[in-house]
Design a protein around this ligand. Structure first.
Ligand code: H79
Length: 604
């Protein structure tokens, strides 16, 4: 590393940026009890989220009008008065609900835990609560406690039951956060009263009455103070020491980080994290939402998240009759089939040992094994650079006979060049993701440096850059996706050290992303920044403009815009540095340049 001091600063900045994001928070104090309670969760990797509540009755439509947005927000979006929304309880009679069927579906899908809404923002408890009569047992014709039934079914099936609980928002209560159409605005609420009289008593009930829980998934902390976040976390741990608390309890009090809804981190995350993902565009059932993600996309997400050390919490939104929509059932069955063959590469697997993403797929690992996930089948052979382990055997995970695949390892350690080529059959053994298992001795040992890939491309990902801040007031950092945010000062700059193995002429391409919050005012992307690239003794000037865009299917909130930064000839192999500077930082308002990567692509 050329300048280790800058590298340390970068890591510190990354961590600070992650901590600053509200959804991205975790206690930083090492805690042996936390280590114990999180063991099962690290093994699990894949869970089922269930959003089920009164909102399944209107199913996205109010008084004959479709209400845009996520289904469980209908009370808020349609400004439905409490007195009217409450009436939904009288229609809620999910006679088709069958706890064992739901749990079997999760189990067959290869999911190891279920997180179900015990109370969402609408304030309606989906279990028999003594603390509030606004609950499924006391207020509906159904009268049963589905959480009791789920707890029993989960225990039988060996699935961990977990509860989602909205601890700050409660649109049914005067002093809960969020309802300003029946009640005064949040700053005028006596939130402590709500917290003491409903949130805490209900959390106590959940921990007391449903057996051992895997975790409590708190969400949207809003009015929660640091003291309250710490208090409710301590309450959970006191009542059930092995029950985890999600990062969204607020104020870094939780046991693990939660990425934003549907957000998947591109970079290596060193701490435990989870991302909740919708299978269509809503959490709670909406009858008009047919925008289902395909099985290849869902499997890609699971693999991508595992390869970054995270857990994948995939949502279903059952109907008011108590049925999980058929499109969800079909997809879960397919994923389950894939996992029955390939689960070894997911459960308890460790992340990709490379800090950067590979151009051909994803890597997961465990002691003695590297798993190369090929979501697009290459021609005849796969070449991977940078593996320094001596490979002892190679085979396809989907091949029951474990037929040995021919492979060759070559290279030149003097220039850190290591190449592994594996011969492949003509057709992939799996239609979604065929995995090559490489047997090694011990753990993975890969070239840590950023390096050229077999296609000739070098991808300098933003989150791996050394950050050079112009002043102590510079706010340049990374968002939870690993994308640059706050690059508004033209004097801030980034640099990367990287290795080139093949001299040649390269097109330089910047990848930026659309704004993360499409709701915010202003254009989704704007060019005009004047950039300066310094590489291999040359200076290239350009003005950011859009040449094209593409969406990463496994990361639905990530649309990339490509912009040419120039062309450079590098006439020898070796170590180089690329500096990316701005001569003027116009455009994209206060978010600055949302850089995801700079790529050097061999010129045609
Ligand atoms: O439970 C699911 C969501 O209901 C919950 N988190 C996941 C797991 C969540 N609560 N708040 N948010 C997510 C952020 C919500 C933002 C929006 Fe909206 C809700 C965008 C559209 C509907 C609020 C109402 C902002 C605009 C309209």
């Amino acid at each position: 590393m050329k300048n280790p001091s800058t590298r340390r600063v970068t890591c510190f900045l990354c961590v600070m940026a992650l901590l600053a994001a509200s959804a991205w928070s975790q206690s930083t104090t090492p805690d042996p009890q936390r280590e114990q309670r999180i063991q099962w969760w690290r093994q699990a990797r894949f869970g089922m989220f269930i959003h089920w509540g009164l909102y399944a009755v209107p199913a996205g439509e109010w008084k004959g009008k479709p209400i845009p947005g996520i289904g469980e927000w209908i009370m808020n979006r349609a400004r439905i008065p409490v007195a009217e929304y409450e009436q939904l309880a009288r229609q809620f009679n999910p006679v088709k609900f069958n706890a064992e069927e739901w749990v079997r579906l999760a189990k067959d899908a290869g999911m190891k835990y279920i997180v179900i809404t015990s109370k969402h923002h609408d304030g309606f408890a989906m279990y028999g609560s003594k603390a509030s009569s606004y609950n499924i047992v006391d207020a509906t014709p159904f009268k049963r406690d589905p959480m009791k039934e789920l707890a029993a079914a989960c225990r039988k099936a060996g699935i961990r039951l977990c509860f989602y609980y909205s601890h700050a928002q409660d649109w049914h209560e005067r002093d809960g956060a969020g309802n300003d159409w029946d009640f005064p605005p949040d700053p005028q609420k006596n939130f402590a009263k709500y917290f003491e009289e409903k949130a805490k008593p209900q959390v106590r009930e959940l921990l007391a009455n449903y057996g051992p829980l895997g975790l409590i998934w708190f969400d949207t902390p809003r009015l929660i103070t640091k003291e309250q976040a710490v208090e409710i976390t301590a309450l959970v741990h006191k009542l059930q020491p092995s029950c985890l608390v999600s990062g969204r309890v607020g104020h870094n009090a939780g046991d693990y980080d939660s990425a934003g809804d549907n957000q998947i981190s591109v970079g290596l995350v060193r701490r435990d994290w989870e991302t909740p993902v919708t299978m269509n565009d809503t959490w709670g059932f909406k009858k008009d939402d047919h925008n289902w993600k395909s099985v290849p996309v869902l499997i890609r997400q699971l693999v991508r998240i595992t390869s970054r050390g995270g857990n994948y919490l995939l949502n279903v939104g059952p109907t008011a009759e108590g049925e999980i929509p058929q499109p969800s059932v079909e997809r879960l069955r397919e994923i389950g089939q894939w996992l029955r063959v390939n689960g070894e590469s997911i459960y308890g697997a460790s992340p990709n040992p490379f800090t950067y993403n590979l151009e051909w797929g994803f890597i997961t690992t465990r002691e003695g094994k590297l798993y190369l996930h090929l979501l697009d089948w290459p021609q005849k052979q796969l070449t991977v650079y940078g593996i320094r382990n001596k490979i002892r055997n190679a085979y396809l995970l989907a091949d029951r006979g474990r037929k040995h695949l021919a492979f060759k390892q070559e290279g030149d350690p003097a220039i850190d060049f290591y190449s592994t080529s594996i011969q492949l059959p003509v057709a992939p053994p799996d239609k979604y993701d065929s995995i090559i298992a490489l047997e090694i001795r011990g753990g993975p040992n890969v070239l840590p440096a950023l390096a050229q890939q077999p296609s000739g491309t070098i991808s300098l990902e933003a989150h791996l850059a050394d950050v050079h801040k112009a002043t102590s007031g510079s706010v340049i950092a990374f968002d939870p996706r690993g994308v640059v945010t706050g690059w508004v000062d033209a004097r801030d700059w980034l640099s990367w050290d990287f290795r080139i193995f093949r001299p040649g002429t390269y097109d330089l391409i910047a990848l930026t992303t659309l704004r993360r919050m499409p709701r915010a005012a202003g254009p989704e992307w704007q060019g005009g920044h004047r950039m300066l690239v310094e590489v291999a003794g040359k200076q290239l000037r350009s003005t950011m403009s859009e040449d094209g865009r593409f969406v990463d299917p496994s990361n639905p909130l990530m649309t990339y815009v490509t912009s040419k930064l120039g062309q450079v000839t590098i006439d020898k192999a070796g170590a180089f540095q690329l500096a990316l500077k701005a001569e003027s930082m116009e455009g994209q308002g206060k978010l600055g340049l949302a850089l995801a990567a700079v790529r050097l692509v061999p010129a045609k």
